[in-house]
Every structure is written in C-alpha cells, then in structure tokens.
Design a protein around this ligand. Structure first.
Ligand SMILES: Nc1ncnc2c1ncn2[C@@H]1O[C@H](COP(=O)(O)OP(=O)(O)O)[C@@H](O)[C@H]1O
Ligand SMILES: [Mg+2]
Length: 323
C-alpha cells in the first residue's frame, strides 16, 4: 500500500509538487497521468527515497519513507525514468548482480531470475548482452530488476516511453498482470494507456492533483463527447453554425478559421453517430462538405475541461439559492 499526505517539494522558490495526497491499495494499479513537467517523477522520487519532500509524509507498506526509510525502500520495486543498466552484462548476469546487491541468497536469486524470465517474457534473451537489446526489452529487464526481491509495491516511471508500438502492447499486458499481487503506481502522459492498464487514475497538473477516479469514470466525465470536425464551403459562418447546432444530439458548435479554411468543431453526445445526419443537412442546403473527421480529446483538453468544470462547480455552489 502507498499512502501520501500533503507531499510538497520546492526546488528553490519553485514548487514542483504541492499538497499531493493519495492512497493506493494492495493489489491496485494506479495510474499517474500528467504532461511533461507536471511533477510525476518528483513524486515518485520522493516515494522511493531518492529525494526528501519539503513537507508532507508518505508511507510504503506501512513504513514511513523518512523515519523507516530502509524498510520502506525494501518494500518497493522501482523502475526509474532512465534505468541504470550495465550494457556489457547479459540479462542473467545483471539480474543476479541486482539480486546480490539486495541481499538475496544464491538459491533465491536463481529461482527468482527464472520466474522473471517467464513473467517479463525474456526467455529468448537470457544470455544476450543488455547493450544489444532494443529499448523495449531493456525496459523489461528494468521491470524484472524491480520485481526481483518480491516487493509488495511497484513504482514505474513512464514504463512504455520510447518503446516501439508492438512492444508497448505486451509491456502493458505485463504491467496489467502485476496488479492483484502488487500495488502498482505507474506514471504516463498518455490518457489511453492509463485507462487501459489502471484501476484508478490520478491526474496531476502543474504539481497539483486535479482528479482521482476510476478510469472509466474519468474518460466518461472528461471525454464524454464525440467531436466531429467539418469543413464546409458555401454558407456563412452564422448560417452553418445554426444549421449544425439544430441537429438533435449536438451539444455545441464552434467555428474555427485558424487553418485558413472555415471549419466547425461539433461536440456530440457519445451515444449517437451523427456524421450521416450532419452531412445530409449540409448538402441539403447546397453547401459543399469538403472534409469530415472525428477527433478525440487531447490530454491538454482533458485538463482544461477538468479545471473548467471545477470552476463551474465552485461558482455554482457559491451562488445563493433562488428565492
Ligand atoms: N532537480 C531539480 N531541480 C530543479 N527543478 C526540478 C528538478 N527536478 C524537477 N524539476 C522541475 O520540477 C517540475 C516537475 O518535474 P518532473 O517531476 O520531472 O515532472 P514529470 O515527471 O511529470 O515530467 C518541472 O518543472 C521540472 O523542471
Ligand atoms: Mg518524468
């Protein structure tokens, strides 16, 4: 289990994270989602004892990270942003070396390494030099070293960053499979990744926790509309906006001239596919439908929505009851 209370870290005057609190239960896979610079690595480095917080406390499997640092660190397997691998060692040599560093017996090292080869799907590379492995396989060696001493808590910092798409799928499956037996806390800047792999997602934005919920709730509440982008020639902006907004199921229409062409961003309820109806209304008017495609929400937009809806809630609750 991981428990963090009010973690704050200043670099000089700059707060990298502020008041970060959360719990990750045994067996749970929690995703830590945020853009570059949001404070994910800083939080993870505090939890793993690499850097102290400016204020706040945290515990790993019941051990305080500052007063029981050794016990806390023993309970953690950590995959840092850049794994310190030895390129001239074979996978087997590296894992036995890491096992010895962690004080495991020779016999235990041997049996754990065999388990790791299977779990991290490294069987074909047991005696390959790490320097010869692709980024994806190196990342798996990194996960294997994190798991070697059977820690109850795993902290994985952007485990799929920079690896090729075929290996991303398999690496995600490996991580997904670690939940249940471990508490897994993994960071990512990819919304789709955390919603696939994690039971719950915590969003960090500019050093502060912006939301924490089950993945399906977040994507529904944040990405809960389908967006269709249409490029139309013919009518005026006002006319086209009015016609599109009149289609049942359309929630909003926004004109966009930034590309030089007049296009419209139409937000629809996700349960309906309105493309055929939107096209029909355009053509019915004798306008030209030059392009139409759907687009998802980017992470930035998810944040914007999140902060916008929080502000709305805040101002709504501040308003007096109508008489
Ligand atoms: N050692 C450091 N010294 C000064 N600033 C730092 C240091 N480490 C991180 N930062 C700053 O703290 C912020 C959060 O960084 P980081 O935790 O690495 O974010 P993330 O992992 O989400 O990309 C960034 O603005 C970064 O520049
Ligand atoms: Mg980082």
């Amino acid at each position: 289990m991981i428990e963090a209370k009010g973690l704050t870290k200043f670099f000089g005057d700059y707060p990298a994270i502020e008041d970060v609190s959360f719990r990750a239960e045994p067996g749970e896979v929690v995703g830590f989602l945020g853009p570059n610079g949001a404070g994910k690595t800083t939080t993870m480095r505090i939890l793993t004892g690499y850097t102290p917080p400016t204020s706040g406390t945290a515990s790993i499997a019941g051990h305080d990270i500052q007063t029981q640092s050794l016990e806390a660190r023993r309970a953690i397997g950590y995959l840092p942003e850049t794994v310190p691998l030895y390129l001239d060692m074979t996978v087997r040599q590296y894992l036995s070396y890491m096992g010895a560093l962690r004080g495991l017996s020779k016999q235990r090292i041997r049996s754990r390494i065999d388990d790791m080869f299977g779990l991290c799907r490294l069987e074909e590379y047991t005696d390959s030099l790490i320097g010869k492995l692709s980024k994806g396989y190196r990342q798996r060696v990194g996960i294997a070293q994190a798991l070697l001493h059977e820690p109850p808590v795993l902290i994985l910092d952007e485990p799929t960053i920079g690896i090729d798409p075929r290996q991303v799928v398999e690496t995600r499956q490996i991580i997904r499979g670690l939940g249940g037996e471990h508490t897994v806390f993994l960071s990512s800047h990819i919304l789709g990744e955390v919603s696939q792999v994690c039971d719950r997602v915590m969003i960090i934005h500019e050093g502060r926790i912006a939301a924490m919920d089950k993945a399906e709730n977040l994507s529904e509440s944040l990405g809960g509309t389908t967006r269709i982008i249409l490029e139309v020639r013919g009518g005026t902006q006002n006319e086209i906006t009015r016609i599109l907004a009149g289609v049942p199921g359309v929630q909003s229409v926004e004109a966009d001239e930034s590309s030089g062409e007049l296009s419209f961003i139409v937000e629809c309820e996700p349960t309906q596919d309105l493309r055929a109806e939107l096209a029909r209304r355009i053509i019915e008017r004798g306008w030209g439908l030059v392009d139409m495609h759907t687009a998802g929400l980017s992470l930035e937009e998810v944040f914007l929505r999140l902060t916008a809806s929080q502000e709305e809630e805040d101002s709504a609750s501040a308003e007096p009851e109508p008489a």
